[in-house]
Design a protein. Structure first.
Length: 108
């Protein structure tokens, strides 16, 4: 179960929640059938809780929202992207350590 702070980004809300966000946004591209994605979920949920109010952290289910995945060229999951001022500024593919993501969010 996702943390209440973890946002579900969709084709419908991606522009308003991510691209027009006044704070940095960490986006996890994932799918339910992906085991590495499931391994990353507790990290994403913890970051969402810890950065609430200072940044947004959420997930895009690539099976349900293929438009966003295609737009950003997602070829492997999990892929995590950091957006700032509507632009993607960092990208990781695979399971990423919490400290790495937290440091990137803090510096953004």
């Amino acid at each position: 179960m996702a943390s209440p702070s973890t946002i579900e980004f969709t084709d419908a809300n991606f522009e308003s929640e991510v691209l027009k966000s006044p704070v940095p946004v960490l986006v996890d591209f994932w799918a339910e059938w992906c085991m590495p994605c499931r391994m990353l979920t507790p990290t994403i949920d913890a970051l969402a809780t810890e950065t609430a109010g200072k940044a947004k952290v959420g997930k895009v289910n690539v099976d349900h929202h293929q438009g966003i995945a295609v737009k950003y060229g997602i070829q492997s999951i999990p892929t995590v992207m950091l957006f700032k001022n509507g632009q993607m500024v960092k990208k990781w593919v695979g399971v990423v350590q919490k400290g790495t993501l937290a440091e990137a969010l803090t510096s953004a």
